[in-house]
Design a protein around this ligand. Structure first.
Ligand code: HGY
Ligand code: MN
Ligand code: MN
Length: 427
């Protein structure tokens, strides 16, 4: 087997970071990176990724939900029945987020394909890089929207979901120019045929401090924690802040505050359980009016689905008790839960073999963050390669950072993985 094409490209890691910087220039906000689904910044990023995929020698298509899919076709001798090893991650972001979350898992494989293409190396299978259009759920409070379409798990009811401007997902898609215009049939037809897949691998920043703590550049993921998200709307009685005695109030914000502390307390009871209220607002509030309404989000995750579901049951019951005692209402809307997703040992081992050949430890760790891979795991086997985060492992924050050296190493490991990849024998 000829020398690795990346060995002659020591600057690949820096090139990947430079492209992340270039992509980050397309933002919905000044002075930071926000790239919400189907905004002008999102469409510009989508176009740039399609351009880079084509330049790397891939056949590029954009599907009905806006995923950009680049196929690096198999070697001719693979024949018409060649199957697909798929990789990818998301290019939408959280509000004022980091520039590597998701995007590294797109830019790095594009750079790898470019190196293979320049070296005239083809693989015995099709290699597809997917830039998933929506994973974070920022605009429509969904999660894994784009990978759910590819996995054939899209819930058409989400087309009615509205953003803060009152635009529904269906309307946004209808006006997007994407194939099918948001028709449920077009979204269903965009699902990939599971039989065509050899597996799905995702390269992603760790978004935590573990690799940094162990002094390791890369890690192999064992499982991805399941998550459940909710929107809670508390309804009280707006009334005068100066004339309403404390014992006669139905204060929606005070009730919500007690519910938030309940989430914190209950999720503090089990090591692998976490609960977060990331959004909390008194809509149309005034400083001299007792809040008549208070809305907040809940994000609850655990390493085991049973632990997560038990915590959710306790929290929902607690919200009901607090609402009844305080004379307020509480409406809870649940976004589709995503269950714990195990990585496939046969794929993990192929990453471990490649790492060992480079004298690197195949350090295994779970992922507390959700990823597109967990949706793809519903239709094919998955594995993930984590890349060390700097700045204490911080993520979902502009301080998110990785080094060019670690990006270079991850690219070289991915090349080795691809060139030695063996499909699952009993598949
Ligand atoms: O929330 C998550 O874990 C992912 O970043 N969407
Ligand atoms: Mn994220
Ligand atoms: Mn991510």
């Amino acid at each position: 087997m000829p020398a690795s094409p990346t060995a002659s490209l020591p600057s690949l890691g820096q090139a990947i970071l430079d492209r992340a910087d270039q992509l980050a220039r397309h933002s919905d906000m000044e002075g930071g990176l926000t790239c919400a689904y189907l905004t002008p910044a999102h469409r510009a990023a989508q176009a740039l990724l399609a351009e880079w995929m084509a330049a790397a020698g891939m056949d590029v298509r954009v599907d009905a939900i806006g995923n950009v899919i680049g196929r690096y076709a198999a070697a001719a001798e693979a024949g018409p029945g060649a199957r697909v090893l798929m990789t990818g991650s998301h290019f939408d972001t959280v509000r004022n987020g980091g520039r590597y979350d998701g995007r590294l898992g797109i830019l790095l494989p594009i750079a790898v394909v470019d190196a293979l293409h320049r070296a005239g190396i083809r693989l015995p299978y099709h290699f597809e890089v997917v830039a998933f259009a929506e994973e974070e759920g920022l605009r429509f409070k969904t999660s894994f929207l784009a990978s759910s379409v590819l996995a054939g798990r899209f819930d058409p009811a989400l087309l009615e979901r509205r953003d803060t401007a009152g635009i529904s997902l269906g309307e946004a898609l209808a006006g997007s120019g994407l194939p099918g215009g948001g028709a449920a049939a077009a979204l269903a037809a965009a699902a990939v045929d599971p039989a065509s897949l050899l597996g799905f691998i995702e390269v992603h920043i760790e978004q935590g401090p573990v690799l940094l703590h162990h002094g390791l550049p890369l890690g192999v993921v064992t499982q991805i924690a399941g998550s459940s998200r909710f929107q809670v709307r508390v309804g009280g009685t707006a009334s005068h802040a100066g004339t309403t005695p404390m014992n006669l109030r139905a204060d929606a914000a005070a009730a919500a505050a007690e519910m938030v502390l309940l989430v914190e307390a209950r999720c503090g009871e089990v090591a692998s359980l976490v609960g977060t209220v990331g959004q909390l607002e008194v809509p149309n509030g005034s400083s001299n009016v007792i809040p008549g309404a208070c809305h907040f989000s809940m994000d609850i995750r655990a390493g085991e689905d049973g632990i997560r579901e038990a915590a959710i049951a306790d929290i929902l019951a607690g919200i009901e008790r607090i609402a009844a005692r305080r004379g307020v209402s509480a409406q809870v809307e649940r976004v589709t839960p995503v269950n714990n997703a195990p990585c496939a040992r046969w794929l993990m081992d192929q990453f471990a073999t490649v790492l060992a050949k480079r004298g690197l430890q195949a350090f295994e760790l779970p992922s507390g963050a959700g990823h597109d891979a967990m949706m793809m795991q519903r239709i094919t086997d998955i594995a993930m390669l984590f890349v060390r985060c700097g700045n204490g492992g911080i993520s979902h924050n502009p301080l998110e950072t990785i080094t060019a050296e670690d990006a270079q190493l991850a690219a070289e490991v991915l090349v080795d993985f691809l060139r030695h990849f063996q499909p699952r024998q009993d598949a």
